[in-house]
Structure formats: C-alpha cells, structure tokens
Design a binder for this molecule. Structure first.
Ligand SMILES: [Zn+2]
Length: 473
C-alpha cells in the first residue's frame, strides 16, 4: 500500500489524499496477483510441498509407518485411553517418539509476510536472546521424562551403575549474544544418548520409533561415514578416512584371473606395514578403494576403451553439477540472509549424470555400501535397537510436536512481558503444564493425515479430509 501510494502513483502524476489506495485494496490486489500472507512462524504449509521428490519421500515415509502401525499401542479416539496389544512371540511393541526444536524470541510478535505461490518461510535463528527447546513427545506419556514417582521407582529397581542421571529428555538453552552456543548436531547427539534410556525405562522391551524432521543437521553423517564428498581421488593429504566396509555382494562377479573381493572387509586406510613407506597409515582415496573392488574398476576401465589412464577422477558432469549445486546453495543462503524466503526447496541432485561409469567419484558413490550409509543419529538409534525415521520436508502436519510448539507459543504470548528473564522462567513451566490428553489430540490429528495420505490423497485433499473428519465428529 505504501509503495503504491508513495512511489507508484506519484510517479504517474497522481498525488493527494483522493488518489491513495487503502489497506484492504492492497490486500485484495496481492491476493488477486497470487500472493498469500503467512504468519512468520512454523505451521502447516501446503504450497510447495507437492514437488515430485517431496511426494516421493512422503510415500516412503507413509508406507514405512503403515508397515509398523500394527505394532503400535491403540489410542481410543473418543476416550483417548491407551491400550497395548498382545503381540505374537518375538514381536515387540513399537512406540512413536517425535522430536523437534523450537526457538522463542523473547520479544516474539506476530507478523506477516506476503509470499508468492511456491515460496516458503525458512526457519531462522532469530536475533537477540531466545529460548531454544529441543524435546520429544509420545502419545503414551506426553513429554519424554520421568515423574517424581518414576524416579523413586527407578532408584529402587535399577542397579546403581544403570541409574539414569538425566530423567528429563528436554534440553533448553538460551543462545544468542553472550548466551549459549547455537544448537547443533553434537548437542542433539548428546540429548539422544540421554533420551533413549529414559524411553527404555518407561517402556521396557518396546522399540522406540524416533522421528526427526528432515534438516541437514539431523541428517549429518559422521566423519568416518562412507561419503565420497569427504574423500580425495588419490591417497593421503587432507581427507577423511572412512570406517572399514564390506565390499558389496551385488557388484559384478570377478572374471578368471581377477581377485574375488566381494563380501570381504575393505580398510579405507593403508596398514602400517604397507610396502610403500610413504603410504603407511594414509587414507587410500577413491581410486585405490575402487581398484580393490576389481570388477568395479574393470567396468570403469572398459568404459573408456580399456585404457586405465583414461579413467577420470571427477567428470565434467559430476563436477559441473557440484558447482551448480554450490551456486544454488549460495543463492539460497543469500535469500535466506535477506528475507528468509526461497522459492522451491532448493533441493538439487548433484550427480544426475545417469551413468555409474562417468567417473571414479560417481562409481564409488553408487556402490551399495556407500548408498546404504546412514546419518549419524540414525546409525546410533539403530545400534541401540530402535527405529529412526525422517519426516518428509515441509510436512509439519505429520509432526504432532509442531502443534505442541504452537500451543506453547500461544500460552507464552498471553503471559509474556517481552523480558528475557520472564521467558526463561515461564517457558519451561508452560512446557511442563501440557496435558497428556492434549498431546494425544495432536497425535490424533497427525494420524488422520497419515491415514489420508495412505489412502492416496494429495496434500490439499488430505487437509480437506482431516477438516471434514473433525467437523463431522
Ligand atoms: Zn561423473
């Protein structure tokens, strides 16, 4: 409105009170031009999350949940009473635990931005002091923590060395200038290490289905992961040394005269007894790792007409894609710095060359053991005998903890005096105040969405179905 009244109309020779447009007119036109207003907070976004890669991720996620659903406790839709199933021997109860993070700026205010279709608001860390909460919720017992009675019970039943020192899984920090460091993957790992024993005490024998949102931090790989991005073509120099790996059995079988290495354990570093003293203890690099996978190396050599020297380390296509990817990431981060808005989700497949033999880097990245590599938190949770899932991007409606955050923010706004000291004291109280029935209602809503998506509805239809279902009730 201000732009039209102060810039556009005067430039056309119109000025004065009677030629101004009003706020409703500006709003009406923005809507007509395809913009929509969005409150700057996390919520349920529809636009932009029906991209093919996102819907594919949703399909995978929904079918995995559907597969595990029969082993989960049943919550009565009317009474919200939890009942546990009697499972066949050898099967274990599965309980969903949702994780998420929330940041409340002390001087949090509602404000809106206008977005074109397909634009999304990205989460930002915020300025100044804020309260950052990282927590888990369960349908069976709201937040992941032990009550006073349960702590007493834990002290009585667990041997001294197994007693939990942390009995509440949430972590609340106060990042910002002169405050705590920003939340990162290392802090999340520590939190998970404490959260799993709490869950195991609350639900002995059950398998936790730990669900995280799809962020780069949550999907970070460990330093010793099988990841070509951390490796050089040649041995030594500065590169990460991946853990040993089993050479995949689905590689081409060896031909006569070729060493059969399939299924053997391959070290990614040269031994201290290597014949070449210069290589001892050094990371092998991509080329040597491939050469030890004889049939894979043979395929690469054959692809360039049998001349070993012609095998390329990183081909133009894969390299260009990397540069292109870097460029897109740069643009995205610039947009983010300027206004936290980017069109689309910025996702880009770096290696869309379509061939496994274009270069060494691509060939190794397509080896089954490299493809199977899992993010650090997934690896850790699976090692502990539990399940780890990542939500598809942009699907806040599949995350009941988002609704819990929404509720928390709302409660905070009604009592906030915008002072940091108040926020610091009050937010933990609000978080603790939530009733298990409310958490179960958030879960019910998520289950309705899962059900709608499982029936093949798209996001718009699912949102409609969930709304109709609710009003019908
Ligand atoms: Zn390539």
């Amino acid at each position: 409105m201000q732009h039209v009244n102060l810039v556009i109309l005067p430039s056309m020779g119109y000025s004065g009170k009677h030629t101004n447009i009003s706020k409703p007119t500006a709003t009406w036109w923005l809507n007509k031009l395809g913009y929509y207003s969005k409150e700057v907070k996390k919520g349920i976004y529809i636009d932009g999350h029906e991209h093919p890669d996102v819907t594919q991720a949703r399909k995978c996620y929904i079918s995995r949940i559907a597969e595990l659903h029969p082993f989960m406790p049943i919550v009565n839709n009317e009474t919200l009473e939890v009942s546990y199933l009697v499972l066949p021997p050898g099967k274990r109860i599965i309980i969903a635990i949702y994780h998420d993070e929330m940041s409340v700026a002390t001087n949090e205010q509602r404000h809106c931005v206008w977005l074109a279709e397909e634009q999304q608001i990205l989460r930002k860390k915020g300025n100044g002091r804020s309260i950052h909460v990282s927590d888990f919720i369960l349908e069976t017992s709201r937040r992941l923590f032990l009550t006073k009675e349960q702590i007493t019970e834990m002290h009585c039943t667990l041997p001294h060395e197994k007693q939990l020192t942390v009995t509440d899984a949430h972590v609340i920090i106060h990042p910002g200038k002169n405050g705590d460091p920003w939340w990162d993957n290392a802090q999340l790992m520590k939190q998970i290490e404490c959260a799993i024993p709490i869950f195991e005490f609350l639900h002995p024998g059950a398998v936790g289905m730990w669900i995280f949102d799809c962020s780069s931090a949550h999907e970070a790989f460990s330093e010793d992961a099988l990841n070509v991005k951390n490796m050089n073509i040649n041995p030594g120099d500065k590169q990460q040394c991946p853990q040993p790996s089993k050479i995949p059995l689905n590689n081409l079988p060896p031909i006569p005269g070729e060493r059969d290495t399939q299924g053997t354990i391959q070290l990614m570093v040269y031994g201290s007894d290597h014949e070449n003293p210069d290589l001892r203890g050094k990371a092998k690099g991509i080329k040597a790792v491939l050469q030890e996978r004889s049939s894979v190396w043979r395929k690469l050599v054959q692809a360039v007409g049998g001349n070993e020297k012609k095998v390329v380390g990183l081909c133009k296509i894969c390299k260009a894609s990397q540069i292109e990817k870097d460029r897109l990431l740069r643009i995205a981060s610039q947009d983010q710095a300027e206004g936290d808005i980017i069109g689309d989700d910025g996702s880009f497949n770096p290696s869309d060359s379509g061939s496994d033999t274009c270069c060494m880097t691509r060939a190794l990245s397509q080896q089954q053991d490299f493809l199977d590599e899992k993010p650090l938190i997934e690896r850790y949770i699976e090692e502990k005998g539990h399940i780890c899932l990542f939500l598809p991007k942009f699907h806040c409606e599949l995350d009941p903890i988002e609704m819990y955050w929404g509720w928390t923010r709302h409660q905070y706004r009604t009592v906030s005096d915008q002072k940091f000291s108040t926020a610091k004291a009050i937010i933990p109280q609000i978080l603790n105040f939530v009733d298990v029935k409310l958490i179960q209602k958030f879960f019910r809503k998520t289950w309705r969405y899962i059900d709608a998506y499982e029936k093949g509805l798209d996001a718009h239809q699912a949102a409609f179905a969930v709304k109709v279902y609710k009003s019908h009730r």
